[in-house]
Write a protein that binds this ligand. Structure first.
Ligand code: SDX
Length: 438
C-alpha cells in the first residue's frame, strides 16, 4: 500500500548537516509507533543511513501483526495471540492472517475444503526425496521441495483468473508443505508414505501422515491436536523477522511465491532464528549429559570470549518475556498432565530459566526466554524428531509469510528491495599482469 495513504503524517523531523537543513516526514502507526520517512534523504542530502542488522529500520508499513517488545504484546490483525491460542485453530488463524478478518463458518468450511483438496503431492515428487543423501536436514529438503512446486503448479501469468490462481496457490502451499514434511519423515525412515485423509483436521492429518503405520495405526489424540494448533498459532507470524523480511526481499524481484517462501525457509533454518528450537534441545541434552549442572553453561553464555549463547534466550524485539513462551510453557504442562508423562529436559529448562532471570548479566541485557526455549519440549512430547523442530516452525510460519508476501504483492507501489552501502575498500586500482605482481 502507499506509505502516505497508509499512515498519518503528523509532523516532520528536522535534520541539519553542516549548513544544510532538511525536513523529513514523521509517520505514526495505528499503535503510536513513529518513524522518520527517509525515502527522499539521499536525493535531498546525498547521505544514506547506516543500520547494520536493521534494528532501527522499518522496511514497510503493515496491517498484519503488531508487536510491542517492551510490553510483551503480540496481536494478529489486532487480536491478542493469547485469545487465538485459547479459542482458535491454526487453520482459522491462517485465514485471519491472510484475509484480514476471522472467517464466517461458511468461509472457514470452504477454506478447509480447499486445504483438503490441495493436500496431495504430485507422485513424481517422491523421486526427489529418494535422491537426497540419508543424513539430509529436513529444512534443506523442505526448502528444495517447496521450490519444485513452481515446476508442478506454475502460476499462469496475466490470466483473467489471476486472483483465483493466487488464492489457490496460497492454499496449496499451506496444505502441501504439511504433506511434504510428513513425507520427508516417512521416507527418511524407509517407511511407506501415508496419504492425507479427508476426515481428519489439519493437525490430525499431519499426525496421521507422520505416525500412522500398519503395526501401530494412528489414534486421534485431541490433547496432542490442541497442543499442535497452539504451537502453530504461536508461530504463525511475527512482523518483519529475518525470514519474513527474506520472503519480502526475494519476492520484490517478482519471482514466483514458491521461490520466495523457499528463501524464507532457508533464512529460518539458522540457529539464531528458527533453528534455535533444535539448538535449545541440543543445549539441554548437553547439560543433561554433563550431569545436569547448569552453572558452567550460564557462565559460558556470559563470557565475552566464548561464542556459546544460551539458546532460546534473548530477542531483537522482546525486551521482556516473549508472550509466546508463556503459552508454550503452559501447553507443555497441559500435555504432561493429560499424557501422564514428564521430561527431565523440562526440569533443566525451568532451573536454567530461574537461574538466568536472577542473574545480573541476563537482567542487564534484557534476556528472557523466547518462543524457542520451551517449544522443543512440546515437540518432543508430541513425538516430533529433533531435526524436524525447525520444519515445524516453518509450517507454522507459512500463513505469516504468505500474508506478508500478499501485502507487498497487493501494493501498487511495490518496489524492488535494494539496500545501499558505504564502500570502505581500495580506492581506484589498476590491473597488474601476473608476471609483474610481487
Ligand atoms: C526467533 O525476530 C523475530 O521475531 C524472531 C522470532 C520469530 O518468531 O520470527 O521471534 C524467532 O528467532 C527467536 C530468537 C531465537 N534465537 C535464539 O534463541 C538464539 C539465542 N539468542 C541470540 O543469539 C540473540 O538473543 C538474538 C539473535 C535472538 C538477538 O540478538 P541481537 O538482537 O542481535 O542482540 P545481540 O546479539 O547484539 O546481543 C546483545 C547483547 C550482547 O552482549 P554485549 O556484547 O552487548 O555485551 O546481548 C548478548 C550479546 O552477547 N546476548 C546474549 C544472548 N543473546 C544476546 N548473551 C548470552 N546468551 C544469549 N542468548
Amino acid at each position: 500500500m502507499d506509505i502516505r495513504k497508509e499512515t498519518i503524517f503528523q509532523d516532520t523531523a528536522k535534520l541539519t548537516i553542516g549548513d544544510l537543513s532538511v525536513e523529513l516526514p514523521v509517520i505514526t502507526g495505528s499503535e503510536g509507533e513513529k518513524a522518520i520517512d527517509i525515502s527522499s534523504l539521499r536525493n535531498q542530502t546525498g547521505f544514506i543511513t547506516m543500520d547494520p542488522g536493521l534494528g532501527n529500520t522499518g522496511i514497510c508499513t503493515s496491517r498484519i501483526t503488531f508487536m510491542d517488545g517492551e510490553k510483551g504484546i503480540l496481536r494478529y490483525r489486532g487480536i491478542p495471540v493469547e485469545e487465538l491460542a485459547e479459542h482458535s485453530t491454526f487453520v482459522e488463524t491462517a485465514y485471519l492472517l491472510i484475509n484480514g478478518m476471522l472467517p464466517t463458518r461458511k468461509q472457514l468450511n470452504s477454506f478447509s475444503v480447499q486445504l483438503n483438496d490441495q493436500s496431495l503431492v504430485h507422485e513424481d515428487m517422491k523421486g526427489f526425496y529418494q535422491n537426497f543423501p540419508p543424513r539430509s536436514h529436513p529444512m534443506g529438503i523442505l526448502s528444495s521441495m517447496v521450490n519444485t512446486l513452481e515446476s508442478f503448479y506454475p502460476i499462469l501469468k496475466k490470466s483473467e483468473t489471476r486472483e483465483e490462481e493466487i488464492n489457490i496457490t496460497l492454499t496449496r502451499i499451506i496444505s502441501k508443505v504439511r504433506t511434504m514434511a510428513a513425507m520427508s519423515y516417512k521416507i527418511s525412515r524407509g517407511h511407506k508414505v501415508v496419504y492425507p485423509r479427508p476426515d481428519l483436521c489439519y493437525c490430525g492429518n499431519f499426525f496421521n501422515m507422520m505416525f500412522d503405520s500398519p503395526v501401530r495405526p494412528y489414534q486421534v489424540d485431541e490433547n496432542a491436536i490442541k497442543a499442535l494448533n497452539v504451537f502453530w498459532i504461536l508461530h504463525a507470524d511475527h512482523e518483519q523477522n529475518c525470514s519474513t523480511s527474506a520472503v519480502r526481499l526475494v519476492a520484490s524481484g517478482r519471482v514466483n511465491i514458491y521461490a520466495a517462501i523457499s528463501a524464507g525457509i532457508a533464512a529460518l533454518w539458522g540457529p539464531l532464528h528458527g533453528g534455535a528450537n533444535q539448538a535449545v534441545i541440543e543445549m539441554l541434552e548437553a547439560i543433561q549429559a554433563d550431569g545436569g549442572n547448569i552453572r558452567p553453561f550460564v557462565e559460558r553464555a556470559k563470557d565475552k570470549n566464548d561464542p556459546f549463547r544460551l539458546m532460546g534466550f534473548g530477542h531483537r524485539v522482546y525486551k521482556t518475556y516473549d508472550p509466546r513462551a508463556k503459552i508454550i510453557k503452559k501447553t507443555a504442562d497441559m500435555l504432561f498432565e493429560k499424557m501422564q508423562v514428564s521430561d527431565p529436559l523440562l526440569d533443566i529448562a525451568l532451573e536454567l530459566e530461574e537461574v538466568a532471570l536472577k542473574d545480573n548479566y541476563f537482567i542487564d541485557h534484557n534476556l528472557y526466554p523466547n518462543v524457542d526455549f520451551y517449544s522443543g519440549i512440546v515437540l518432543r512430547t508430541l513425538g516430533i524428531p529433533t531435526n524436524m523442530f525447525t520444519v515445524m516452525f516453518a509450517l507454522g510460519r507459512m500463513p505469516g509469510w504468505i500474508a506478508q508476501w500478499k501485502e507487498d504483492a497487493d501494493n501498487p507501489k511495490w518496489r524492488l528491495y535494494r539496500p545501499r552501502q558505504i564502500y570502505t575498500g581500495n580506492k581506484t586500482n589498476h590491473y597488474v599482469p601476473i608476471g609483474e605482481r610481487a
